[in-house]
Design a protein around this ligand. Structure first.
Ligand code: PGA
Length: 234
């Protein structure tokens, strides 16, 4: 990535996948590869059931990997059955993915709930990445990192599989990233997500206004994830 004068975020969103054993195998393979570079920020977002083990393995291996949750409670700790609140997670995570379209669609998350989640994250020193589905999506106040993820581009398969993969094209994602920066200020970092793989990652991170990628399916395989990281650093 040339002089690497901007941040590059490479974020693995495992969604509802991986046993603890599979998660630890991934961390041991990927962790030892990731270079220690200040502007190159690699984040793994496991399920809640794996977070604590993943965190320990990263600590023991001294790997430059951040840990994130795929969601957070909009509430503080208390009588909220089934919720994971930021104040209880903050010792385990540095990062959170909020307002993913799968949560908006399957769990009825609204812009108001996403804004409350962002507040909870930031109050507990957890970085909040808000997923936006298009230029019309509201971005909560104080949010400084968003992922542009058009719904039609999510989970269409690896783009290096012939006939599969319908990622947005990098030039269009760049236009959207620029739109958000013009609207919300240049301090906002914008990353792209939706069918990213080692075949197309570099095209996105090379765009001047795109600060990284959010990867679902292709992040599950350690070899493919390493190939994505490598391509971003070339
Ligand atoms: P995908 O998922 O890479 O499998 O398309 C991306 C996401 O939903 O964050």
């Amino acid at each position: 990535m040339g002089g690497m004068d901007k941040n590059i975020w490479v974020i693995a969103n495992w969604k509802s996948n991986k046993t603890i054993a599979e998660a630890l195998d991934w961390v041991s393979k990927v962790g030892s590869y990731i270079p220690k570079k200040e502007n190159f920020k690699v984040v793994v977002c496991p399920t809640y059931s794996c977070i604590s083990e993943v965190k320990k393995a990263i600590k023991v291996g001294n790997f430059p990997l951040l840990v994130g949750a795929q969601d957070l409670s909009p509430f503080k700790a208390g009588a909220y059955t089934g919720e994971e609140s930021a104040v209880l997670l903050k010792d385990l995570i540095e990062f959170s993915i909020l307002g993913h379209s799968e949560r908006r669609k399957n769990f009825g998350e609204t812009d108001e709930m996403v804004a409350q989640k962002v507040q909870q994250a930031l109050a507990n020193n957890i970085i909040a990445l808000v997923c936006v589905q298009g230029e019309e999506t509201l971005i909560p106040e104080q949010c400084s990192l968003i992922a542009y993820e058009p719904i039609w581009a999510i989970s269409t398969g690896l783009t290096n599989t012939p006939g599969a993969g319908k990622a947005d094209n990098p030039e269009n994602a760049e236009i959207v990233a620029k739109f958000f920066k013009q609207k919300y200020g240049n301090n906002l970092e914008v990353i792209y997500g939706g069918s990213v793989s080692s075949a197309n990652a570099k095209g996105f991170v090379s765009q001047p206004n795109i600060n990284g990628i959010l990867i679902g399916n292709a992040s599950l395989d350690p070899g493919e994830f390493i190939a994505i990281c490598k391509s971003c650093l070339e």
